[in-house]
Design a protein around this ligand. Structure first.
Ligand code: NAP
Length: 265
């Protein structure tokens, strides 16, 4: 299998490291292209992959092309690699760009649109993807292997990608805000700042892991730590009084609306 990455930034680097770590690809099977030589050299030195300043050369060297540039750079990157994309699987992770839009720039490619998130950097991404009608079962299997290398992966209809963006694409930022707020609360209660932050981080990571490993509904896990009249009950009542649950629901809906707007519909 040969893969070209157009773009060599945060998400491309995370995915390349995931592919190598999970053994899906060998370094010699991956080429990355980007305009900035220093970024490419750093990536080559840390991973052993091949790099080039030419999107066309990268796309030519591969069966599968993964588009990892910012949404505003997508049209340029596709124009620069256009002839070499024909007949290939093109996987785009650009936020807000629909398969129909990508198809206009790469009409002879088989297109998959995916939405990973930044925990891909540590192999813990939540990715969802949707496929264009021309995509084969082999392509789907390949994309599952690629994104499994950086976390877990789910197939969805394209109409759900804006909702995926709102929950898991932007979601890490909401959780970082929770970590900041827990830390601030701890500091107000007298904890030293580094300890408060560490406790908050480990609590968020541990709570997520507990949900994953037990498979229990979060409401059950919440009830398990909430004794009547206890400390957790006092905290949860305060959170509900301040509308925290409604705020999260509305935040996700706002992100979904913004994602629809950005994709031009
Ligand atoms: N970060 C997230 O949470 C997240 C989540 C899901 C999806 N995404 C999507 O992932 C994509 C990449 O995001 P990122 O965070 O990895 O961005 P990034 O770190 O800024 O990386 C973008 C890369 O594209 C390169 N580039 C710019 N123009 C190019 C061109 N014409 N041809 C080839 N490469 C070009 C940049 O080169 P330079 O090194 O010269 O700048 C850089 O290496 C975005 O479309 C974003 O919507 C991001």
């Amino acid at each position: 299998m040969t893969i070209a990455f157009l773009g060599a930034g945060k998400m491309a680097s995370a995915m390349i490291q995931g592919l190598l770590r999970s053994g899906v690809c060998l370094p010699g099977e991956i080429t990355a292209a980007s305009p900035e030589p220093s970024h490419l050299e750093a990536l080559r030195d840390s991973t052993g992959i091949q790099v080039t300043a030419s999107n066309t050369d990268a796309a030519r060297a591969a069966d599968t092309v993964i588009l990892c540039v910012k949404p505003k750079e997508v049209a340029t990157a596709l124009a620069q690699s256009a002839p070499a994309l024909d007949g290939k699987l093109l996987v785009s992770i650009a936020a807000g760009l629909r398969i129909s839009t990508l198809k206009q720039s790469a009409p002879a490619s088989r297109i998959i649109r995916a939405m990973p998130n930044t925990p891909a950097l540590v192999g813990k991404s939540a990715t969802a993807y949707s496929v264009a009608p021309e995509v084969t079962a082999q392509d789907t299997a390949l994309v599952e292997r690629i994104f499994s290398g950086v976390g877990e992966v789910h197939a969805v209809e394209e109409k759900l990608i804006d909702a995926v963006t709102a929950v898991s694409g932007s979601g890490p930022a909401y959780i970082f805000l929770v970590i900041e707020a827990l830390t601030d609360g701890g500091i107000r209660c007298g904890l030293p700042a580094p300890l408060a932050r560490r406790l908050a981080i480990q609590t968020v990571a541990g709570a997520g892991e507990l949900c994953l490993q037990t498979g229990e509904h979060p409401a059950i896990l919440r009830e398990m730590v909430t004794s009547p009249g206890g400390t957790t009950a006092a905290a949860l009542a305060t959170l509900e009084e301040h509308g925290v649950r409604a705020a999260f629901i509305e935040a996700v809906q706002a992100a979904e609306r913004r994602s629809v707007e950005l994709s031009g519909e």
